[in-house]
Design a protein around this ligand. Structure first.
Ligand code: PLP
Length: 374
C-alpha cells in the first residue's frame, strides 16, 4: 500500500545538500562562528524581505518574542503585570513569551472560520491594565485587520506579531507602517526558523523584525549580554544570538522560500477543491491576504476514528495542538477559564501532509481517501 508521510526533514533538505555543505565549509574556514558576516547578511536579507527597517537574528522564535517584551520593559513602555491580549488557541511558546516577562496573558477565543484570534472579541477583553495585543498568524494565515489597528490606536496598545508560522504571507490591510508583509505589520514581529517551519534552519534560530530603532537597539544589546559596545553592559542581558552556521544556511534557504510557499499554496488549493466529504471542515481561503500554509488543518468530529482510518490507508497526520496553553499543567491557574471554542477546536483539528514529500497527485489521492470515509 502506498504511504503518505507527514514530514521527513532529511528529504526536505536533501535537494539543497550541496549548497548547504558549501556554505557550511565557508563558515568553518572563516574562523568566525558568532556575530560575523553571515548573521549581518541574513539580517539585511530579512529586513528587505519583510519590508522593514531592522531585522535582528536571534537564537529561536521563543527568544525573539521574549526579547521584544523584555526590551519594551527595559525601555519603560511595559511594566510587570501589564496585560497582553493573545489568542487562546496557539502554541505554548506564544504565551510563555508573555509570562516569562512577568506580563499577564488575556486569552481571546478564535474565529471558527479562520482558526485565528477573533478580532471582534478583542475590545471586550480590554481593561485599564491592557498594554498590548500579541497577534499570531496561525498555520500561515494572516491575523490582521482594521479591528486590530483601530483598537490599538484607540487604547494606545502595542501590537506584536508571532509570525513563526507565516513568513512570506501578505495582508490586504496594510500594517501600521504601511507594509503588507507579516512580521512587519505591527510594532515588532517574531520569526522562528525551527527546522519544521516554512523556512527552517538545521537547528534552532529565530529573528525579530521592527521599524523602531530604539527597540532595535535594545534587543540588539539584550541578545548579547545587554552589551551596547564591547565589555560595556547597559542591561542585565541574555545570550540569545544566532550562530553563523545557521545564518549561512538560512541565507541559502531564503532564496527558495517563495517557491516553497507557492508549492504549499498549490497543495492547499487541491485539498480545498477535492475534499468534498461533508464530515470534514476545510480551512477557509482567506480574503485578508495570502496564506503560506504552514499547516493545512481540517476539522473533524470523532477525530480518533478518522486518524485511525487515515492511518489504515497510509496517510500520516499530526495535531497542532492537542492541548491549548491554558490547559497545560504549567498554567494550572488558568484551567478554569471558559474558552469553549478553543477547547472544542483542540478536539477537532487535524493537519494533513503538505510538505515537499507530498506531490499534487498525492494530495488528490489523500482527498479521495478522505472522501471515502463514512
Ligand atoms: C514554532 C513557534 C514558536 C516558537 O519558535 P521556536 O523557534 O521553536 O522557539 C512560537 N510561536 C509559534 C506560533 C510557533 O509555531
Amino acid at each position: 500500500m502506498k504511504s503518505y508521510p507527514f514530514l521527513d526533514l532529511k528529504i526536505v533538505n536533501s535537494p539543497l545538500e550541496e549548497e548547504l555543505i558549501q556554505v557550511t565549509s565557508e563558515v568553518i574556514r572563516s574562523g568566525r562562528y558568532i556575530s560575523g558576516y553571515y548573521v549581518s547578511k541574513l539580517e539585511q536579507e530579512l529586513a528587505t524581505f519583510s519590508e522593514s527597517r531592522h531585522a535582528i537574528a536571534v537564537s529561536n522564535g521563543l527568544d525573539a518574542l521574549r526579547l521584544i517584551f523584555r526590551a519594551y520593559i527595559k525601555l519603560g513602555v511595559l511594566q510587570p503585570n501589564d496585560e497582553i491580549i493573545a489568542p487562546a488557541n496557539t502554541y505554548v511558546a506564544t504565551i510563555l513569551s508573555i509570562t516569562d516577562n512577568g506580563l499577564k496573558p488575556i486569552f481571546v477565543e478564535p474565529d471558527i472560520k479562520t482558526l485565528n484570534l477573533d478580532t471582534t472579541k478583542i475590545e471586550a477583553a480590554i481593561t485599564h491594565r491592557t498594554r498590548g495585543i500579541l497577534t499570531v498568524h496561525l498555520y500561515g494565515t494572516t491575523c490582521w485587520d482594521s479591528n486590530i489597528i483601530e483598537i490599538a490606536k484607540k487604547h494606545n496598545l502595542l501590537v506584536v506579531e508571532d509570525n513563526a508560522q507565516a513568513i512570506g504571507a501578505k495582508s490586504i490591510t496594510a500594517g501600521i507602517n504601511g507594509t503588507h508583509t507579516t512580521g512587519a505589520l505591527g510594532d515588532a514581529g517574531a520569526l522562528s526558523f525551527y527546522p519544521t517551519k516554512n523556512l527552517g534552519a538545521l537547528g534552532d534560530a529565530g529573528a525579530v523584525i521592527t521599524n523602531n530603532t530604539e527597540l532595535y537597539n535594545a534587543i540588539d544589546a539584550l541578545r548579547n549580554y545587554g552589551s551596547d559596545y564591547r565589555y560595556h553592559n547597559i542591561y542585565q542581558g541574555l545570550n540569545c544570538r544566532m550562530d553563523e552556521i545557521q545564518a549561512a544556511i538560512l541565507s541559502v534557504k531564503l532564496k527558495y522560500l517563495k517557491a516553497e510557499n507557492e508549492r504549499r499554496n498549490t497543495l492547499a488549493n487541491i485539498y480545498n477543491q477535492y475534499i468534498t466529504n461533508p464530515l470534514v471542515g476545510k480551512p477557509q481561503i482567506t480574503e485578508n491576504g495570502t496564506q503560506v500554509w504552514h499547516q493545512y488543518v481540517i476539522r473533524v468530529d470523532e477525530r480518533e476514528n478518522f486518524i485511525e482510518y487515515l492511518k489504515e490507508n497510509g496517510v500520516q497526520t499530526d495535531i497542532l495542538y492537542p492541548t491549548p496553553p491554558h490547559l497545560q499543567p504549567c498554567y494550572s491557574h488558568y484551567k478554569n477559564l471558559k474558552l469553549p471554542i478553543t477547547v472544542a477546536l483542540s478536539n477537532q483539528i487535524l493537519s494533513l501532509p503538505i510538505s515537499s514529500l507530498t506531490s499534487n497527485e498525492d494530495a488528490i489521492e489523500i482527498s479521495q481517501i478522505i472522501n471515502n470515509h463514512r
